[in-house]
Design a protein around this ligand. Structure first.
Ligand code: NAD
Length: 262
């Protein structure tokens, strides 16, 4: 069994950093032409350059998942430059906010929900014509990046936990609508993954190193995840070897959420 995405086009949102960049690199390593999309044009381009330098195929594009005009523009570029449809869409772009409900403004709420939840809807809707094209000729895959916070969470994360819970619900419904078109939709709920997002959170602690060590020990493994851990699961989901996995949420957290606190 050898995973190959040679001849496939894979688009990853939020690919300028962290999980998105790692996923883009893994998908390119198994042969996909990766379209790295980020609201930060420079980091999207850098991801594409890193992949090309490593011998892979990639295009870096600016794209804001909270804007339908922006994502329609991205998909038009993909259709024009790469043709043939979109085989893999990874809805990964996300932002986090730690604030109690009293301090969460309507603007804060809208920002989190617009990127983390509506962004999945917008990107999927914009990509649908291309996904249908691929779905009708061999299969297409959508992987939505939710979070363990969709299932078990902490105080002061209201907007983020709500948005990520919404992603899991949206995945279930979409999987039924798009399955008959050859498009398999699943979500992944990562636990702690070593990315700038987690670094920012650690840096907000009085002793980041001690906090990191504490967090490592919460995992069965015991370590936090890497972007590659997530990318390898996505490569498997899109490989053709996992085609009966549909509408599922896969928790990838090193055993973190199995643990009862006591
Ligand atoms: P990150 O902050 O390192 O990277 C997020 C990327 O998304 C950045 O490059 C950013 O520019 C981009 N982005 C933000 N808003 C965007 C928009 N409107 N349009 C396009 N791109 C946008 O974060 P990360 O840790 O790599 O997180 C990636 C995803 O994984 C997020 O959805 C996050 O919620 C989820 N997640 C992360 C963890 C973790 O431990 N790191 C755990 C669970 C879920």
């Amino acid at each position: 069994m050898k995973i190959s995405l040679v001849g496939k086009v894979a688009l990853v949102t939020g690919a300028g950093s962290g999980i998105g960049r790692g996923v883009a690199q893994v998908l390119a390593k198994v042969g996909a032409h990766v379209v790295a999309v980020d609201v930060n044009a420079a980091t999207a381009k850098e991801t594409a350059e890193r992949i090309t330098r490593d011998g892979g195929k990639a295009t870096g594009l600016a794209g804001d998942v909270s804007s339908d005009a922006s994502m329609i523009g991205v998909m038009e570029r993909v259709a024009k430059d790469l043709g043939g449809g979109l085989h893999v869409l990874v809805n990964n772009a996300g932002v986090e906010l730690f604030k109690g409900i009293q301090d969460t403004s309507y603007t804060d709420w809208d920002k989190i929900v617009d990127v983390d939840l509506k962004g999945v809807f917008i990107s999927t809707k914009a990509g649908l014509p291309l996904l249908k094209k691929a779905g009708g000729s061999g299969g297409a895959y959508i992987v939505n990046i939710a979070s363990v916070h969709a299932h078990a969470t902490v105080p002061n994360l209201t907007a983020y936990a709500a948005a990520k819970g919404g992603v899991v619900g949206m995945t279930r419904s979409l999987s039924m609508e798009l399955g008959p078109l050859g498009i398999r939709v699943n979500s992944i709920s990562p636990g702690f993954v070593d990315t700038p997002m987690v670094q920012r959170w650690l840096n907000s602690m009085p002793n980041p190193q001690a906090e990191l060590e504490r967090v490592h020990k919460l995992h069965a493994v015991p370590r936090i995840g890497t972007p590659e851990d997530i990318g390898q699961m996505i490569a498997f989901l899109a490989s053709g070897y996992a085609d009966f996995v549909v509408g599922a949420n896969l928790t990838i957290d090193g055993g973190l959420t199995n643990r009862l606190q006591h």
